[in-house]
Write a protein that binds this ligand. Structure first.
Ligand code: ADP
Ligand code: MG
Length: 618
């Protein structure tokens, strides 16, 4: 036995436990590594349940009740019982507008900061505050069970979560009194729970199929030397076990002629459907007794009927698998392991379909599919606690990151699919004389024009000493940390003035939007290149006009009349060319002006002007 003693204070040093948390859309769990056998364990309540429904009920005194006890209030107080908060994290009202019917509670669009708020019992809550309430419940459960004040955690998020959603998750942890040491992708955590990637020298290609309550994610991962790389992700943020329940409800409604009821009756019917579905995971028929209003129903469902109902939903998930495979650039024969995650993979028909699709792979379904992510998070937490040194976790960024340069062009600094953590820097300069500040606008996306991409944020680097255009050397540095959060800094190297911002986007992108942005970039690739080339030629022309006109103004005495007239003609010609939107016309007029001014430009142009011709301008 070892007794750790703090040699400074003489007190017993308490070994710090870092827990792993799966903050799910439907259910959340907290897990830790059991010291006696080194195995991850999900922490259960006194009744033996490890699953904490991600539901918050606000009682008459506005006190939050989280988990199982909140679940029943879905029926009697739907307007004060909040579920699916994870869908709203880092989202604006615009993002969820088309899905508003999904939520039985009130979602507010106050427009003040773009992010949604939820109203319950006359009080407004942000999704971060609500997520924090769930995290606090998990923290308290773990602290109670482990008899130690738990202060640190690893929290999992879907692989497609963007910066804003990851940041929101981190902030929710902070609000709950937890230091979030690492945000880990759910598929990565699930693979870890199966021990995949734990050996230093193994090379694995894994598909993680995660069908939860309301979301479906498929991720293709590559593990090499303990490094996890997300090759591709696909899925549907509004597809899951809830859709199975809804399909059953519709089936019963027409079979038993059940009229549209009030919100409470709809919920009761939905819960009965879920019970039937769960029963059918281990039997071939189910009967649910339910009284609705004055009627008592015996609601029957056979396994065959159920499979018919869910067939189109499961097929949709398989279509996503095909897309993910295509994006990964791999063939099915490359996939050696498939990990099943999410409560809905307990439905035998789902398991069958996945097994059939990845028929050459080994299927991993031995671990509870609703616990597996939390267990993997606990393993990662153990790594961070310094108990294992055999693991490193790396993911890739799904979209390129860059800044806007002159003419509205996107200049990529960290390209898509770069392994994170990543850092890259590039030098820029000013486009106007005496420019003392520049605006740095940060974008995410694959298109050549920033307007087609997504703006993450902007800031101004001010206090640049006045210098001729092109003279300042402005270094823009991007640092993308392991959680996928971007830090942007700008430094004017001659004067040393510096400014750093952490990019906290206004609102998030759904995975389908990310997918759309990528698809758009492919379909518009040629048009984008042409437009980029045109804008570049125009920008170059404008810069040349600017410097030449400035030169004429300041140094007119150094030219003879002939030279001055020639130059003025070439300027006019270029100005005219600029109106044509024809790249070739712009280029030849630019070349012409260059030719005309070259002899005396070489003679007289000061360094600043020569320098102004070089480097990209912001
Ligand atoms: P999430 O990751 O979205 O938080 P979970 O992975 O916990 O969700 O999955 C919840 C879903 O799993 C719910 O739709 C629930 O009805 C379903 N589920 C739970 N147990 C079973 C079961 N035995 N058979 C089929 N579906 C199940
Ligand atoms: Mg989940």
């Amino acid at each position: 036995m070892k007794i750790p003693i703090n040699i400074v204070t003489g007190q017993l040093k308490e070994e710090e436990i870092i827990v792993g948390i799966d903050l799910g859309t439907t259910n959340s769990l907290v897990a830790y590594i059991n010291k006696s056998d080194q195995k991850p364990l999900a922490i259960a309540d006194s009744a033996g349940d490890a699953i904490v429904p991600s539901i918050i009920y606000f009682d008459e005194n506005h006190q939050p009740v989280v988990g199982k006890q909140a679940h029943e209030h879905l029926i009697d107080h739907p307007e004060r019982t909040i579920y699916s908060v994870k869908r709203l994290l880092g989202k604006s009202y615009k993002d969820i507008e088309t899905h508003e019917s999904h939520f039985a509670y009130k979602i507010i669009d106050d427009n003040s900061e773009g992010l949604v708020k939820i109203e319950a019992g006359g009080i407004y809550y942000s999704p971060i505050e609500l997520s924090a309430m769930i995290l606090k419940e998990l923290k308290e459960r773990a602290s109670h069970f482990l008899r130690s004040d738990i202060k640190k955690a690893v929290v999992t998020v879907p692989a497609y979560f963007n910066d804003s959603q990851r940041q929101a998750t981190r902030n929710a942890g902070k609000l709950a009194g937890l230091e979030v040491l690492r945000i880990v992708n759910e598929p990565t955590a699930a693979s870890l729970a199966y021990g995949l990637g734990l050996k230093a020298d193994e090379l694995q290609t894994i598909a993680v199929y995660d069908l939860g309550g309301g979301t479906f994610d498929i991720s293709i991962l590559n593990i090499e030397n303990g490094i996890f790389e997300v090759l591709s992700t696909n899925g549907d943020t509004y597809l899951g076990g809830d859709d199975f329940d809804r399909a059953i409800v519709e089936f019963w409604k027409s079979k038993y002629q059940i009229a549209d009821g009030n919100k409470q009756q709809i919920q009761e019917l939905r819960l009965a459907a879920e019970r039937a579905k769960i029963a059918l995971s281990s039997s071939t028929s189910s009967e649910q007794k339910l009284s609705l209003g004055d009627n008592i129903y015996n609601l029957n469902l056979s396994l065959a009927e159920f499979q018919n109902l869910i067939f189109p939903i499961v097929t949709k998930t398989m279509d996503c698998c095909k897309l993910a495979m295509k994006d990964s650039g791999l063939t099915l024969a490359d996939i050696k392991h498939v990990v099943l995650v999410g409560g809905s993979t307990r439905t035998p028909f789902v398991k069958e379909q996945v097994t059939q699709f990845f028929n050459q792979a080994q299927i991993h379904d031995q671990i509870n599919p609703d616990e597996v992510v939390a267990l993997g998070a606990a393993i990662q937490a153990d790594v961070l606690a310094g108990n294992r040194r055999d693991l490193l976790l790396i993911d890739v960024t799904p979209l390129s990151l860059g800044i806007e340069t002159l003419g509205g062009l996107m200049d990529t600094i960290i390209p898509r699919n770069t392994k994170v953590p990543a850092a890259a820097a590039r030098e820029y300069t000013t486009s106007k004389d005496g420019q003392t500040h520049i605006k740095i606008s940060v974008y995410q996306g694959e298109r050549d024009m920033v307007v087609e991409n997504r703006k993450l944020g902007e800031f101004v680097l001010s206090g640049i000493p006045a210098m001729p255009a092109g003279l300042p050397k402005i270094e823009i540095k991007f640092q993308l940390n392991a959680d996928g959060i971007l830090k942007v800094s700008a430094k004017e190297l001659r004067s040393g003035i510096e400014q750093t911002v952490e990019v906290k986007p206004q609102y998030g992108l759904t995975d389908s939007e990310v997918e759309k942005m990528l698809l758009d970039s492919f379909t518009h690739a040629q048009a984008d290149i042409n437009l980029r080339l045109l804008v570049e030629s125009q920008t170059e022309a404008q810069q040349l006009l600017y410097t030449t006109e400035k030169f004429l103004k300041n140094h007119a005495d150094k030219l003879n009349q002939e030279e001055e007239k020639q130059t003025q003609d070439a300027i006019d010609k270029l100005k005219l060319a600029l109106q044509s939107n024809d790249r070739q016309v712009v280029i030849s007029a630019t070349e012409f002006l260059n030719e005309v001014t070259k002899p005396f430009a070489e003679r007289l142009m000061d360094i600043a002007i020569a320098e102004a011709m070089k480097g990209k301008k912001i």
